[in-house]
Design a binder for this molecule. Structure first.
Ligand code: AHR
Length: 502
């Protein structure tokens, strides 16, 4: 049987403008992300800089806007100075986060050169684990001061005449997590982050600063962490971070597909906490959310030793966290993108974690091809299509029952408009039945056509792989019709669809 859902949209009912930084990514020195991923000298497609051109083309196609770097857990014991200057003189270091050897063949300069090739903005994290105020200041000076100071001139001597001009900075990473090197309690971290933020702004007052929120909504201190940290830093920062990873457990596909329900609640709770601190402080400023780690993650092969760290084994670029994604994973990623769009007024930066090989939409084989995982498609299609303003969606839909979230709407929906066209993003959470959606668009003038593209498959666990890289790809949904301003489209079970109405 076919389930039904009805949406109403009006150009006057808006959530907010969609910030292009909502379609950011994340590149960490981790496993085969950098080395044997984006950087593989000797690969047939690599340029003289060692960067694989086939990967660059896929990253461009994915449409990632800002990229968070260099971690993640990695940053909490990283010395940025190790990654600048003559490559032959760079030290090899122990990477405490992933129990690997960091060669430092790629550092700030190389990564910026790669970003210039892919056309994305750098979002830089400072180490507040093993380091602190002094190093953060030195890094801002090195990166952003044009010339005439020791570190700016060192940057120029290292080959970069113009400053990097990095605008967006993360004040550490997941500092609430006991796994984090140098983790702290909320009060200690809040005081440190406030001092570091104030000092960094003395060097460059154009910085946009992200303070660490909880590393997950399930953390024991979630909520109180945000409140305490913001009480210390409210006037000093622009964003607070959210991190969330989802996975299908025990075959509970219905709950998994509804992960956006959890993301919605997470965002609403952090916004409420931030606005509470704002009210107490009588501040005129609103803190935004940087959802700078989100994805589906099965935590496969956590570290090279699978938990048994030995002093004599620190591999270079081991295969870590190389999750293989199914159609159901892609449909869930599409649902999470819908949640982000529906909060476009407060979530103005987000980073899909991560980008290549590690929890990634793009995979590579050393010496071989690069390919798109299933999760590539909802991201690339949304990044391309979601332009202009996010619209408030009024949804009248049946429900599905989930073990984790109870009754949830069978359809998740978001919409954007650039003035002329309307773009819809729809997820069918029904695991067995199609859902027919009608959308009342009569308030929008001049719409005459509708075309729909999406991800679904008879086998929701179908994947792309080295041997079958194109098994899953976007498909045209030819049920979309526009009659007298009312759109009708039928969504297959376990599907994600975007509809362009022009
Ligand atoms: O993305 C993988 C890891 O997940 C990041 O390094 C860390 O910040 C988070 O716990």
């Amino acid at each position: 049987s076919v389930t039904r859902a009805h949406l109403t949209l009006h150009p006057a009912f808006r959530v907010g403008d969609v910030d292009r930084r909502l379609f950011g990514g994340f590149v960490e020195h981790l496993g085969r992300h950098i080395y044997d991923g984006i950087h593989e000298p000797g690969h047939p497609t690599a340029g003289p800089d060692g960067f694989r051109r086939d990967v660059i083309e896929l990253v461009k196609e994915l449409g990632v806007t800002a990229i968070r770097y260099p971690g993640g857990n990695f940053v909490s014991a990283y010395r940025w100075e190790d990654g600048v200057g003559p490559v032959a003189e760079r030290p090899r270091r122990l990477d405490l986060a992933w129990h690997s050897t960091e060669t430092n063949l790629v550092g700030l300069h190389e990564f910026q050169e790669w970003l210039d090739l892919v056309g994305s903005e750098l979002m830089l994290a400072v180490n507040l684990g093993t380091r602190g105020l002094q190093e953060a200041l030195e890094l801002v000076e090195y990166a952003n001061v044009p010339s005439g100071t020791a570190r700016a001139d060192r940057r120029r001597a290292n080959g970069r005449e113009e400053p990097f001009g990095v605008r967006m900075w993360c004040l550490g990473n997941e500092m609430d997590g006991p796994w984090q090197v140098g983790h702290r309690d909320a009060g200690d971290y809040g005081k440190l982050a406030s001092q570091v933020a104030k000092a960094m702004r003395l060097v460059d007052n154009r910085l946009q600063l992200v303070v660490c929120g909880s590393s997950g909504r399930g953390m024991p201190t979630f909520g109180s962490w945000e409140r305490t940290v913001l009480e210390h830093t409210y006037d000093d920062v622009d964003y607070i971070s959210c991190h969330a990873y989802y996975q299908e457990t025990d075959g509970d596909l219905a709950s998994f597909l509804a992960s956006g329900v959890d993301m919605d609640a997470f965002i609403d709770e952090v916004v409420a906490t931030a606005d509470h601190v704002r009210a107490v402080k009588r501040s005129g400023k609103r803190i935004q959310i940087s959802f700078d780690e989100w994805n589906v993650w099965y935590m496969s092969r956590w570290n090279a030793q699978e938990g048994t760290h030995t002093i004599d084994d620190w591999p270079v670029a081991p295969r870590l966290l190389e999750d293989v994604y199914s159609v159901a994973d892609a449909v869930t990623v599409g649902g999470l993108l819908i949640s982000l769009l529906n909060h476009a007024d407060r979530v103005t930066s987000a980073s899909l974690a991560q980008l290549v090989n590690v929890i990634a939409p793009i995979m590579t084989e050393p010496g071989g091809p690069a390919w798109r995982q299933t999760t590539f498609f909802p991201f690339s299609l949304t990044s391309k299509a979601a332009r202009g303003t996010a619209l408030a969606v009024t949804l009248d839909a049946g429900t599905v029952t989930t073990a984790r979230y109870g009754e949830v709407p069978v359809v998740a929906a978001a919409a954007t408009t650039d003035g002329g066209t309307v773009q819809l993003f729809l997820q069918n959470r029904d695991t067995t039945a199609p859902t027919t959606v009608t959308v009342d668009l009569r308030a929008f003038a001049g719409l005459t056509s509708a075309s729909a593209t999406g991800i679904w498959d008879d086998d929701p666990y179908a994947v792309n792989s080295l041997t079958e890289p194109d098994r899953v790809a976007p498909r045209t949904n030819d049920t979309a019709r526009l009659d007298d301003g009312v759109l009708t489209v039928t969504l297959p079970p376990v599907s994600w669809t975007t509809v362009a109405v022009a």
